[in-house]
Design a protein around this ligand. Structure first.
Ligand code: SF4
Length: 487
C-alpha cells in the first residue's frame, strides 16, 4: 500500500472577506493526500501561520471565529503533508510541516507544495554555499530559498529560475511579504493543480474536490510551466516555461485522486470503472472461472464495479477498512507492518467455501497488503484467488513524490507476474497493460508519466539515477537514494 502525498489549497477573497473558512474546507476535502501534518498561512499586515500534526481537525461552527482571529486576512494558503523526504520522527514532522516561511533580508515568502525534487543535492549545495543554514529537512524550504535568491527583479524571475533549474515534480502555492498570492506548476505538470472562481473568491487546489466543497467553479488546470499571480484586483497568468511534452503522473488516476475529482473533464471514478472493464475483457480465462469479485477498499471499488458490469459476476464488498486506523505501516519492521495491515482491513465472514475469487487491487508495491488479504480470504474458505490490478506492474522507483523511491522495496522489480503470485500466495496476478491504462485515462501516451512501470523517466537526472541505482541495490534504507548515488 502506498501512502498518499501532499495536497495544497490557496484562496483570495477579492472583496476583503475572511479567507479562513474557505481554506479550511478546501484542505479538509484533500486530507486523503496527506495525514502526517497540516498547516495554514494567511496574510493580514504580515504572515500568520498555524501547523500541527495529524489530520486536519474537526472545527465546530462556533469555533470558526476563534480560528479566524488566529488566522486573519483575505488571502492564504493551506497544506496537508505526507512526507517523501526528510526525517520521519514526530519532531521533524512538525518542523517540516508546511506552509514554510523563509526570508532573505526584508523579503519573506511562505510556500507549500506537492511533489518531490530530484536534484536536491545540487540545490542544497547552491543554497548552503551562500552561507544559508537550512532550518528544516523539507524540499519546500530548498525550493523557496532558491526562489528568494533568484527573485531580485520580481517574483516571475524567481519562478522562472526554479522552473529552469530545479528538476522534479512541484505544484506550488505561496504568499510573498506583500501578501501577493502566487501558484505555479513544474514544466511537465507532474502533479495536479487546478484553479477556479466564484463571486469575489478565486482559489487554487491540488484536486477539483477542494474547489467543489467551497462551491467554486473550476476554470481549468494551471498549465505545466505556468504561474498565476493574484494581483490586488485581477489575476495574471504567465506561461513561464514551455516544454514539448507534459508528464502527468499516471498513478494519480489509479490511487491518489479522490474518485469524485475531475481531470480533463472526466470523473476519476469513471476512469477507474473503465480500468475494471478492461481487466475483465483482457483476462477472460480467469473471469470465466470466477464466482465473486471483491475489492480492496476504497481506491479499487470503482474498478470492481466496472469489472462487475462488464462480466456480470457478483461484486461483494467483503473487505472493509477500519476507517480510523491510520497508523503508518511504512515505518515499521516487516512483522509489525503486516499486523498493522491486519488491523486496517477487515474481511467479513462471508461464505467463500470452495469459491474462486477475483480481488481487485489498485496497485502492488511491496505486496504486503495483498498478501495479508489473500491469507484472510483463504482462511474464509476461498479456493482460488486471482488478483486483478488496475495499475500496470510497478518495476521502477518514483522520484517525483510517491513513497516508493527504492528498487529494493518493489516486488515488481524482482519478480514477474508468476513470481509475484507465488510470493503473495495468489493463484494468478493479472496486471493492466500500459496500453489499456493509457487509453482509459483519455490522455496521450506522451503526456503521461509511467516511469515506474517502464523505467523511462521524463527527466534527465531521474533517468541517470535509476540506471545507476539498478546496479547498486545495496542502497536500501528509507532515505532518498538519489542523495546517495553519484551521477
Ligand atoms: S514514476 Fe510513477 S508514481 Fe512517479 S510520477 Fe511517474 S507515474 Fe507517478
Amino acid at each position: 500500500m502506498v501512502k498518499e502525498k501532499c495536497g495544497v489549497y490557496a484562496a483570495k477573497c477579492f472583496d476583503g472577506g475572511d479567507v479562513f473558512s474557505n481554506l479550511y474546507w478546501g484542505i479538509v476535502a484533500q486530507n486523503h493526500r496527506g495525514h502526517e501534518s497540516y498547516g495554514f498561512l494567511t496574510f493580514s499586515e504580515g504572515f500568520r501561520r498555524y501547523v500541527d500534526l495529524g489530520l486536519v481537525p474537526r472545527i465546530e461552527r462556533e469555533e470558526f471565529l476563534r480560528w479566524k482571529i488566529l488566522l486573519p486576512g483575505s488571502v492564504g494558503i493551506a497544506h496537508v503533508r505526507y512526507g517523501t523526504s526528510g526525517k520521519r520522527d514526530l519532531y521533524s514532522h512538525l518542523k517540516d510541516a508546511q506552509p514554510i516561511i523563509t526570508a532573505k533580508g526584508r523579503k519573506r515568502i511562505g510556500m507549500a507544495y506537492n511533489g518531490n525534487l530530484v536534484n536536491v543535492g545540487w540545490l542544497k549545495e547552491e543554497i548552503t554555499s551562500k552561507g544559508i543554514k537550512l532550518k528544516t529537512t523539507s524540499d519546500t524550504e530548498l525550493l523557496s530559498r532558491y526562489l528568494l535568491e533568484k527573485c531580485e527583479s520580481g517574483l516571475i524571475d524567481g519562478i522562472r529560475a526554479c522552473m529552469e533549474d530545479v528538476e522534479g515534480a512541484y505544484s506550488v502555492v505561496g504568499l510573498d511579504s506583500n501578501g501577493t498570492l502566487f501558484a505555479f506548476r513544474d514544466p511537465l505538470g507532474m502533479r495536479p493543480l487546478f484553479y477556479g472562481s466564484e463571486g469575489s473568491v478565486m482559489a487554487v487546489s491540488s484536486e477539483s474536490v477542494g474547489l467543489n466543497i467551497n462551491e467554486i467553479r473550476m476554470i481549468g488546470e494551471i498549465e505545466p510551466g505556468e504561474a498565476l499571480i493574484f494581483g490586488k484586483e485581477s489575476l495574471e497568468r504567465v506561461r513561464v516555461v514551455k516544454r514539448e511534452r507534459r508528464a502527468f503522473c499516471g498513478f494519480e488516476f489509479s490511487y491518489f485522486m479522490r474518485p469524485d475529482s475531475v481531470v480533463n473533464g472526466r470523473f476519476v471514478y469513471k476512469i477507474r470503472e473503465d480500468l475494471g472493464r478492461r481487466l475483465g475483457r483482457r483476462y477472460r480465462e480467469f473471469v470465466d472461472r470466477a464466482d465473486v469479485i471483491i475489492s480492496i477498499p476504497e481506491t479499487a471499488d470503482d474498478a470492481a464495479y466496472g469489472l462487475h458490469e462488464e462480466t456480470g459476476i457478483r461484486w461483494e464488498r467483503m473487505l472493509r477498512r477500519h476507517r480510523f486506523v491510520t497508523h503508518r505501516a511504512f515505518i515499521m519492521d516487516p512483522a509489525e507492518r503486516v499486523s498493522t495491515i491486519d488491523r486496517k482491513i477487515n474481511v467479513l465472514n462471508g461464505n467463500l467455501q470452495g469459491k474462486t475469487v477475483i480481488v481487485v487491487e489498485d496497485s502492488i508495491v511491496r505486496g504486503d497488503t495483498t498478501k495479508t488479504v489473500i491469507r484472510k480470504l483463504r482462511e474464509s474458505g476461498a479456493e482460488k484467488v486471482y488478483i486483478f490490478v488496475t495499475f500496470p506492474r510497478i518495476t521502477h522507483p518514483c522520484f517525483y513524490g510517491i513513497d516508493m523511491a527504492t528498487f529494493s522495496e518493489l516486488i515488481g522489480f524482482f519478480y514477474d507476474e508468476r513470481g509475484i503470485a507465488e510470493k503473495i500466495g495468489a493463484d494468478a496476478v493479472c496486471y493492466q497493460t500500459i496500453e489499456d491504462f493509457v487509453e482509459a485515462t483519455g490522455m496521450r501516451r506522451e503526456d503521461l508519466c509511467m516511469a515506474c512501470t517502464t523505467g523511462t523517466y521524463p527527466t534527465e537526472l531521474a533517468q541517470k539515477i535509476a540506471d545507476r541505482v539498478k546496479t547498486r541495490l545495496e542502497v536500501k534504507d528509507g532515505s532518498r537514494i538519489y542523495e546517495r548515488v553519484e551521477v
